[in-house]
Design a protein around this ligand. Structure first.
Ligand code: PLP
Length: 403
Protein backbone atom coordinates (compact mmCIF):
# COMPACT_ATOMS: atom_id res chain seq x y z
CA UNK A 1 0.00 0.00 0.00
CA UNK A 2 1.41 3.42 -0.87
CA UNK A 3 1.49 6.36 1.53
CA UNK A 4 -1.56 8.05 0.00
CA UNK A 5 -3.66 4.91 0.37
CA UNK A 6 -2.49 4.46 3.98
CA UNK A 7 -3.37 8.06 4.80
CA UNK A 8 -6.79 7.64 3.21
CA UNK A 9 -7.42 4.54 5.28
CA UNK A 10 -6.52 6.38 8.48
CA UNK A 11 -8.56 9.42 7.41
CA UNK A 12 -11.62 7.28 6.77
CA UNK A 13 -11.58 6.24 10.43
CA UNK A 14 -11.41 9.73 11.96
CA UNK A 15 -12.84 12.05 9.30
CA UNK A 16 -16.43 11.59 8.04
CA UNK A 17 -16.24 10.41 4.44
CA UNK A 18 -12.44 10.60 4.55
CA UNK A 19 -12.58 14.29 3.64
CA UNK A 20 -15.23 16.96 3.17
CA UNK A 21 -15.92 19.34 0.33
CA UNK A 22 -14.48 20.02 -3.08
CA UNK A 23 -11.01 18.60 -2.48
CA UNK A 24 -12.30 15.07 -1.90
CA UNK A 25 -10.58 12.95 -4.47
CA UNK A 26 -13.64 10.70 -4.96
CA UNK A 27 -14.86 12.77 -7.93
CA UNK A 28 -11.55 12.34 -9.77
CA UNK A 29 -10.27 9.37 -11.78
CA UNK A 30 -8.47 6.56 -9.95
CA UNK A 31 -4.80 7.34 -9.46
CA UNK A 32 -5.31 10.93 -8.33
CA UNK A 33 -3.60 11.47 -4.99
CA UNK A 34 -5.55 12.84 -2.04
CA UNK A 35 -2.56 14.06 -0.04
CA UNK A 36 0.30 16.39 -0.91
CA UNK A 37 3.45 17.08 1.01
CA UNK A 38 5.00 20.02 -0.83
CA UNK A 39 4.41 22.66 -3.46
CA UNK A 40 6.75 25.14 -5.13
CA UNK A 41 6.13 27.40 -8.12
CA UNK A 42 3.90 25.53 -10.58
CA UNK A 43 4.83 22.09 -9.16
CA UNK A 44 3.45 19.96 -6.40
CA UNK A 45 4.48 16.65 -4.84
CA UNK A 46 2.12 14.01 -3.49
CA UNK A 47 2.63 11.99 -0.32
CA UNK A 48 4.42 9.30 -2.34
CA UNK A 49 6.89 11.79 -3.80
CA UNK A 50 5.40 11.98 -7.29
CA UNK A 51 5.93 15.39 -8.93
CA UNK A 52 3.24 17.13 -11.00
CA UNK A 53 2.98 20.29 -13.05
CA UNK A 54 -0.04 21.83 -11.39
CA UNK A 55 -2.94 23.19 -13.43
CA UNK A 56 -5.38 23.49 -10.50
CA UNK A 57 -3.37 25.94 -8.35
CA UNK A 58 -5.25 24.86 -5.21
CA UNK A 59 -8.53 25.42 -7.11
CA UNK A 60 -7.62 29.06 -7.69
CA UNK A 61 -5.85 30.65 -4.73
CA UNK A 62 -2.30 30.15 -5.97
CA UNK A 63 -1.95 32.90 -8.57
CA UNK A 64 1.76 33.77 -8.38
CA UNK A 65 2.87 30.20 -7.84
CA UNK A 66 3.14 28.08 -4.72
CA UNK A 67 5.30 29.50 -1.96
CA UNK A 68 6.09 32.76 -3.73
CA UNK A 69 9.24 34.19 -2.11
CA UNK A 70 8.04 37.82 -1.92
CA UNK A 71 4.62 36.92 -0.56
CA UNK A 72 6.09 34.56 2.02
CA UNK A 73 8.65 37.19 3.10
CA UNK A 74 5.82 39.70 3.67
CA UNK A 75 3.78 37.10 5.55
CA UNK A 76 6.79 36.06 7.68
CA UNK A 77 7.61 39.67 8.56
CA UNK A 78 4.02 40.29 9.71
CA UNK A 79 3.96 36.98 11.53
CA UNK A 80 6.94 38.04 13.64
CA UNK A 81 5.02 41.18 14.64
CA UNK A 82 1.60 39.67 15.28
CA UNK A 83 -1.25 37.98 13.46
CA UNK A 84 -4.52 37.48 15.36
CA UNK A 85 -4.52 40.21 18.01
CA UNK A 86 -7.22 42.15 19.90
CA UNK A 87 -7.81 44.20 16.80
CA UNK A 88 -6.37 44.46 13.32
CA UNK A 89 -2.85 45.57 12.42
CA UNK A 90 -2.22 48.73 10.36
CA UNK A 91 -1.91 46.53 7.26
CA UNK A 92 -5.73 46.24 7.31
CA UNK A 93 -6.05 49.91 6.41
CA UNK A 94 -3.24 49.77 3.88
CA UNK A 95 -4.82 46.78 2.14
CA UNK A 96 -8.31 48.33 2.17
CA UNK A 97 -6.85 51.50 0.64
CA UNK A 98 -5.02 49.45 -1.97
CA UNK A 99 -8.05 47.38 -2.99
CA UNK A 100 -10.31 50.43 -2.99
CA UNK A 101 -7.85 52.17 -5.31
CA UNK A 102 -7.41 49.32 -7.82
CA UNK A 103 -11.00 47.97 -7.95
CA UNK A 104 -12.86 50.45 -10.15
CA UNK A 105 -16.31 50.31 -8.53
CA UNK A 106 -14.99 50.28 -4.95
CA UNK A 107 -15.47 53.12 -2.46
CA UNK A 108 -14.82 50.76 0.46
CA UNK A 109 -13.57 47.26 1.30
CA UNK A 110 -14.07 44.86 4.17
CA UNK A 111 -12.43 41.52 4.86
CA UNK A 112 -13.36 37.97 5.79
CA UNK A 113 -11.76 34.56 5.25
CA UNK A 114 -13.53 32.52 2.56
CA UNK A 115 -15.40 33.17 -0.65
CA UNK A 116 -18.63 31.98 0.96
CA UNK A 117 -18.20 34.65 3.66
CA UNK A 118 -17.80 37.30 0.98
CA UNK A 119 -20.80 36.29 -1.15
CA UNK A 120 -22.93 36.00 2.00
CA UNK A 121 -21.85 39.46 3.16
CA UNK A 122 -22.81 40.86 -0.26
CA UNK A 123 -26.26 39.28 0.00
CA UNK A 124 -26.76 40.47 3.58
CA UNK A 125 -25.65 43.99 2.66
CA UNK A 126 -28.01 44.07 -0.33
CA UNK A 127 -30.93 43.00 1.84
CA UNK A 128 -30.01 45.46 4.59
CA UNK A 129 -29.75 48.31 2.10
CA UNK A 130 -32.98 47.60 0.24
CA UNK A 131 -35.14 46.11 2.98
CA UNK A 132 -36.10 43.46 0.41
CA UNK A 133 -35.60 39.69 0.28
CA UNK A 134 -35.37 38.20 -3.24
CA UNK A 135 -32.14 37.32 -5.05
CA UNK A 136 -31.72 36.39 -8.69
CA UNK A 137 -29.14 33.61 -9.03
CA UNK A 138 -27.97 31.93 -12.25
CA UNK A 139 -28.97 28.29 -12.52
CA UNK A 140 -25.99 25.99 -11.88
CA UNK A 141 -23.73 28.78 -10.58
CA UNK A 142 -21.60 28.17 -7.50
CA UNK A 143 -21.46 30.96 -4.92
CA UNK A 144 -20.24 28.98 -1.93
CA UNK A 145 -21.19 26.46 0.72
CA UNK A 146 -23.43 28.54 3.02
CA UNK A 147 -27.00 27.25 3.53
CA UNK A 148 -28.47 29.81 1.08
CA UNK A 149 -26.15 28.76 -1.78
CA UNK A 150 -24.77 25.24 -1.25
CA UNK A 151 -25.27 23.06 -4.33
CA UNK A 152 -25.94 20.09 -2.06
CA UNK A 153 -28.76 21.17 0.25
CA UNK A 154 -28.64 18.10 2.49
CA UNK A 155 -29.26 19.29 6.04
CA UNK A 156 -30.39 22.70 4.84
CA UNK A 157 -33.96 23.94 5.21
CA UNK A 158 -36.02 24.91 2.19
CA UNK A 159 -36.70 28.20 3.99
CA UNK A 160 -33.01 29.13 3.63
CA UNK A 161 -33.46 29.25 -0.13
CA UNK A 162 -37.04 30.35 -0.51
CA UNK A 163 -36.06 33.81 -1.74
CA UNK A 164 -33.74 32.64 -4.53
CA UNK A 165 -35.12 33.03 -8.05
CA UNK A 166 -33.18 31.33 -10.87
CA UNK A 167 -32.29 32.81 -14.25
CA UNK A 168 -30.10 31.57 -17.10
CA UNK A 169 -26.60 33.10 -17.41
CA UNK A 170 -26.21 35.27 -20.52
CA UNK A 171 -29.97 35.31 -21.11
CA UNK A 172 -31.39 38.76 -20.38
CA UNK A 173 -34.96 37.67 -21.18
CA UNK A 174 -34.77 35.05 -18.42
CA UNK A 175 -33.29 37.68 -16.10
CA UNK A 176 -36.29 39.97 -16.74
CA UNK A 177 -38.74 37.10 -16.23
CA UNK A 178 -37.09 36.20 -12.93
CA UNK A 179 -37.18 39.86 -11.83
CA UNK A 180 -40.90 40.04 -12.62
CA UNK A 181 -41.56 37.15 -10.22
CA UNK A 182 -40.08 39.23 -7.39
CA UNK A 183 -42.89 41.73 -7.31
CA UNK A 184 -41.10 44.72 -5.76
CA UNK A 185 -39.12 42.52 -3.36
CA UNK A 186 -35.86 42.30 -5.33
CA UNK A 187 -32.78 42.89 -3.13
CA UNK A 188 -29.98 41.75 -5.42
CA UNK A 189 -28.88 40.09 -8.63
CA UNK A 190 -25.87 37.79 -8.48
CA UNK A 191 -23.59 36.87 -11.33
CA UNK A 192 -20.24 35.13 -11.56
CA UNK A 193 -17.53 36.93 -13.50
CA UNK A 194 -18.13 34.34 -16.22
CA UNK A 195 -20.18 31.18 -16.41
CA UNK A 196 -17.89 28.55 -14.92
CA UNK A 197 -20.34 25.82 -13.94
CA UNK A 198 -19.04 22.32 -13.26
CA UNK A 199 -18.70 19.93 -16.19
CA UNK A 200 -20.01 22.19 -18.96
CA UNK A 201 -18.47 24.55 -21.50
CA UNK A 202 -17.58 27.86 -19.91
CA UNK A 203 -19.25 31.03 -21.20
CA UNK A 204 -17.94 34.56 -21.11
CA UNK A 205 -20.62 37.16 -20.34
CA UNK A 206 -21.94 39.11 -23.31
CA UNK A 207 -21.91 42.90 -23.15
CA UNK A 208 -25.65 42.88 -23.77
CA UNK A 209 -26.30 40.59 -20.78
CA UNK A 210 -24.04 42.50 -18.39
CA UNK A 211 -25.58 45.82 -19.40
CA UNK A 212 -29.12 44.41 -19.09
CA UNK A 213 -28.26 43.33 -15.54
CA UNK A 214 -26.93 46.83 -14.72
CA UNK A 215 -30.08 48.42 -16.21
CA UNK A 216 -32.34 46.07 -14.24
CA UNK A 217 -30.58 46.94 -10.98
CA UNK A 218 -30.65 50.68 -11.75
CA UNK A 219 -34.37 50.49 -12.53
CA UNK A 220 -35.35 48.46 -9.47
CA UNK A 221 -32.78 49.65 -6.91
CA UNK A 222 -31.51 46.09 -6.42
CA UNK A 223 -27.77 45.51 -5.87
CA UNK A 224 -25.71 44.13 -8.74
CA UNK A 225 -23.47 41.61 -6.97
CA UNK A 226 -20.48 40.32 -8.93
CA UNK A 227 -18.96 37.08 -7.65
CA UNK A 228 -15.24 37.55 -8.33
CA UNK A 229 -14.22 34.77 -5.95
CA UNK A 230 -12.96 32.42 -8.67
CA UNK A 231 -11.96 34.81 -11.45
CA UNK A 232 -10.79 37.81 -9.40
CA UNK A 233 -7.10 38.46 -9.93
CA UNK A 234 -6.93 36.43 -13.15
CA UNK A 235 -9.03 38.52 -15.54
CA UNK A 236 -8.76 42.17 -14.49
CA UNK A 237 -7.85 43.49 -11.06
CA UNK A 238 -10.04 46.55 -11.66
CA UNK A 239 -13.04 44.22 -12.05
CA UNK A 240 -13.82 41.37 -14.42
CA UNK A 241 -16.62 43.30 -16.14
CA UNK A 242 -14.64 46.51 -16.76
CA UNK A 243 -14.16 45.60 -20.43
CA UNK A 244 -17.95 45.33 -20.74
CA UNK A 245 -18.46 48.81 -19.29
CA UNK A 246 -20.39 47.40 -16.31
CA UNK A 247 -19.57 48.01 -12.66
CA UNK A 248 -21.24 46.12 -9.83
CA UNK A 249 -22.51 47.65 -6.60
CA UNK A 250 -20.96 44.90 -4.49
CA UNK A 251 -18.27 42.36 -5.33
CA UNK A 252 -17.03 39.26 -3.51
CA UNK A 253 -13.31 38.39 -3.74
CA UNK A 254 -11.21 35.62 -2.25
CA UNK A 255 -9.10 32.76 -3.68
CA UNK A 256 -6.30 34.53 -5.57
CA UNK A 257 -6.02 37.78 -3.60
CA UNK A 258 -3.50 36.46 -1.06
CA UNK A 259 -1.74 33.72 -3.08
CA UNK A 260 -2.99 30.88 -0.91
CA UNK A 261 -3.30 32.67 2.43
CA UNK A 262 -6.85 32.66 3.78
CA UNK A 263 -8.52 35.95 2.96
CA UNK A 264 -11.71 37.24 1.37
CA UNK A 265 -12.84 40.76 0.62
CA UNK A 266 -16.05 42.57 -0.21
CA UNK A 267 -15.81 45.75 -2.22
CA UNK A 268 -18.74 48.12 -2.53
CA UNK A 269 -19.83 51.55 -3.69
CA UNK A 270 -21.07 54.42 -1.56
CA UNK A 271 -24.72 53.54 -2.03
CA UNK A 272 -24.14 50.42 0.07
CA UNK A 273 -21.67 51.86 2.60
CA UNK A 274 -24.09 52.49 5.47
CA UNK A 275 -25.79 49.11 4.95
CA UNK A 276 -22.38 47.41 5.10
CA UNK A 277 -21.65 49.29 8.31
CA UNK A 278 -24.99 48.27 9.80
CA UNK A 279 -24.78 44.47 9.51
CA UNK A 280 -23.05 42.19 12.02
CA UNK A 281 -20.52 40.01 10.23
CA UNK A 282 -17.35 38.79 11.84
CA UNK A 283 -15.09 35.87 12.64
CA UNK A 284 -12.33 35.15 15.14
CA UNK A 285 -9.71 35.12 12.40
CA UNK A 286 -11.04 37.76 10.02
CA UNK A 287 -8.61 40.45 11.17
CA UNK A 288 -5.59 38.16 10.90
CA UNK A 289 -2.73 40.37 9.74
CA UNK A 290 -0.52 37.74 8.09
CA UNK A 291 -2.98 37.01 5.28
CA UNK A 292 -3.43 40.74 4.76
CA UNK A 293 0.30 41.32 4.44
CA UNK A 294 0.39 38.40 2.00
CA UNK A 295 -2.47 39.96 0.03
CA UNK A 296 -0.76 43.31 -0.27
CA UNK A 297 2.39 41.62 -1.55
CA UNK A 298 0.37 39.44 -3.93
CA UNK A 299 -1.62 42.29 -5.45
CA UNK A 300 1.44 44.51 -5.84
CA UNK A 301 3.44 41.75 -7.51
CA UNK A 302 0.58 40.76 -9.81
CA UNK A 303 0.53 44.34 -11.07
CA UNK A 304 4.31 44.80 -11.17
CA UNK A 305 4.92 41.72 -13.33
CA UNK A 306 1.67 42.10 -15.35
CA UNK A 307 0.77 38.66 -14.11
CA UNK A 308 -2.62 38.55 -15.80
CA UNK A 309 -1.11 39.08 -19.27
CA UNK A 310 1.47 36.39 -18.52
CA UNK A 311 -1.14 33.86 -17.36
CA UNK A 312 -3.22 34.59 -20.46
CA UNK A 313 -0.19 34.01 -22.71
CA UNK A 314 0.68 30.75 -20.94
CA UNK A 315 -2.94 29.63 -21.14
CA UNK A 316 -2.98 30.36 -24.87
CA UNK A 317 0.23 28.38 -25.34
CA UNK A 318 -1.30 25.42 -23.51
CA UNK A 319 -4.60 25.73 -25.39
CA UNK A 320 -2.93 25.89 -28.81
CA UNK A 321 -0.77 22.86 -27.99
CA UNK A 322 -3.68 20.77 -26.72
CA UNK A 323 -5.76 21.68 -29.79
CA UNK A 324 -2.92 20.59 -32.13
CA UNK A 325 -2.38 17.34 -30.24
CA UNK A 326 -6.07 16.43 -30.04
CA UNK A 327 -6.45 16.93 -33.80
CA UNK A 328 -3.27 14.95 -34.53
CA UNK A 329 -4.47 12.03 -32.40
CA UNK A 330 -8.01 12.14 -33.80
CA UNK A 331 -9.93 13.51 -30.81
CA UNK A 332 -12.52 16.27 -30.85
CA UNK A 333 -12.07 18.56 -27.86
CA UNK A 334 -13.61 21.84 -26.73
CA UNK A 335 -11.57 24.39 -24.81
CA UNK A 336 -13.62 27.16 -23.25
CA UNK A 337 -13.35 29.98 -20.75
CA UNK A 338 -10.54 32.50 -20.50
CA UNK A 339 -7.16 30.91 -21.44
CA UNK A 340 -5.85 31.59 -17.92
CA UNK A 341 -8.78 29.57 -16.47
CA UNK A 342 -9.14 26.82 -19.07
CA UNK A 343 -11.80 24.13 -19.32
CA UNK A 344 -11.09 21.05 -21.45
CA UNK A 345 -13.95 18.77 -22.51
CA UNK A 346 -14.06 16.00 -25.10
CA UNK A 347 -16.73 15.82 -27.81
CA UNK A 348 -19.35 13.07 -27.50
CA UNK A 349 -18.35 12.49 -23.89
CA UNK A 350 -21.47 13.33 -21.86
CA UNK A 351 -20.27 11.64 -18.65
CA UNK A 352 -16.65 12.81 -19.14
CA UNK A 353 -15.40 9.20 -19.27
CA UNK A 354 -13.00 10.02 -22.10
CA UNK A 355 -11.89 13.25 -20.43
CA UNK A 356 -11.30 11.38 -17.18
CA UNK A 357 -9.26 8.69 -18.94
CA UNK A 358 -7.17 11.38 -20.61
CA UNK A 359 -6.57 13.21 -17.31
CA UNK A 360 -5.59 9.95 -15.58
CA UNK A 361 -3.05 9.28 -18.35
CA UNK A 362 -1.74 12.85 -18.14
CA UNK A 363 -1.39 12.43 -14.37
CA UNK A 364 0.76 9.32 -14.94
CA UNK A 365 2.92 11.54 -17.14
CA UNK A 366 3.30 14.17 -14.39
CA UNK A 367 0.58 16.71 -15.26
CA UNK A 368 -2.25 17.50 -12.85
CA UNK A 369 -5.40 18.42 -14.84
CA UNK A 370 -9.11 18.28 -14.01
CA UNK A 371 -11.62 16.52 -16.28
CA UNK A 372 -14.73 18.50 -15.26
CA UNK A 373 -13.74 21.71 -13.51
CA UNK A 374 -12.08 24.77 -14.94
CA UNK A 375 -8.35 24.83 -14.33
CA UNK A 376 -6.00 27.66 -13.37
CA UNK A 377 -2.71 29.04 -14.65
CA UNK A 378 -0.31 30.95 -12.41
CA UNK A 379 2.49 33.44 -12.90
CA UNK A 380 4.93 30.65 -12.02
CA UNK A 381 4.04 28.73 -15.19
CA UNK A 382 6.86 29.57 -17.59
CA UNK A 383 6.98 28.62 -21.30
CA UNK A 384 9.25 25.67 -20.54
CA UNK A 385 6.74 24.32 -17.98
CA UNK A 386 3.93 24.56 -20.52
CA UNK A 387 6.07 22.82 -23.12
CA UNK A 388 7.03 20.08 -20.67
CA UNK A 389 3.35 19.66 -19.80
CA UNK A 390 2.51 19.48 -23.51
CA UNK A 391 5.11 16.73 -24.07
CA UNK A 392 3.32 14.81 -21.35
CA UNK A 393 -0.19 15.44 -22.71
CA UNK A 394 0.99 14.34 -26.16
CA UNK A 395 1.97 10.99 -24.66
CA UNK A 396 -1.39 10.90 -22.85
CA UNK A 397 -3.32 11.50 -26.09
CA UNK A 398 -1.25 8.82 -27.80
CA UNK A 399 -1.99 6.33 -25.01
CA UNK A 400 -5.68 7.26 -25.14
CA UNK A 401 -5.76 6.66 -28.88
CA UNK A 402 -4.24 3.18 -28.42
CA UNK A 403 -7.01 2.09 -26.01
C1 PLP B 1 -17.49 31.64 -7.93
C2 PLP B 1 -17.28 31.18 -6.50
N1 PLP B 1 -17.94 31.80 -5.51
C3 PLP B 1 -17.79 31.44 -4.23
C4 PLP B 1 -16.96 30.41 -3.88
C5 PLP B 1 -16.81 30.01 -2.44
O1 PLP B 1 -15.53 30.25 -1.99
P1 PLP B 1 -14.95 29.47 -0.71
O2 PLP B 1 -14.77 28.06 -1.13
O3 PLP B 1 -13.66 30.15 -0.43
O4 PLP B 1 -15.94 29.64 0.39
C6 PLP B 1 -16.25 29.74 -4.87
C7 PLP B 1 -15.36 28.61 -4.54
O5 PLP B 1 -14.98 27.84 -5.36
C8 PLP B 1 -16.42 30.13 -6.23
O6 PLP B 1 -15.77 29.51 -7.22
Amino acid sequence: MNTDAALRERAARVIPGGLWGHMRVQGLPAGYPQFFTRAEGCRLWDADGREFIDFMCSWGPVVLGHHDAEVEAAADAQSRLGDTMNGPAPVLVELAEHLTSIVAHADWTLFAKNGSDATTICVTTARAATGRRKLLVARGAYHGAAPWCTPNPVGVTAEDRVHLVPYRYNDSASLEQAAQQCDGDLAGVLASAFRNDYGVDQELPTREFAQAMRALCDRTGAALILDEVRAGGRLDLAGSWEHLGVRPDLAAWSKAIANGHALAAVTGNDRFRSAAASIFVTGSFWCGAVAMAAALATLRKLQAVDGIAHMRAMGQRLRAGLARQAAAHGFGIRQSGPPQMPMLLFDNDPDAALGSAFCALALEQGVYLHPKHNMFLSVAHRPQDIDQALDATDRAFAALARR
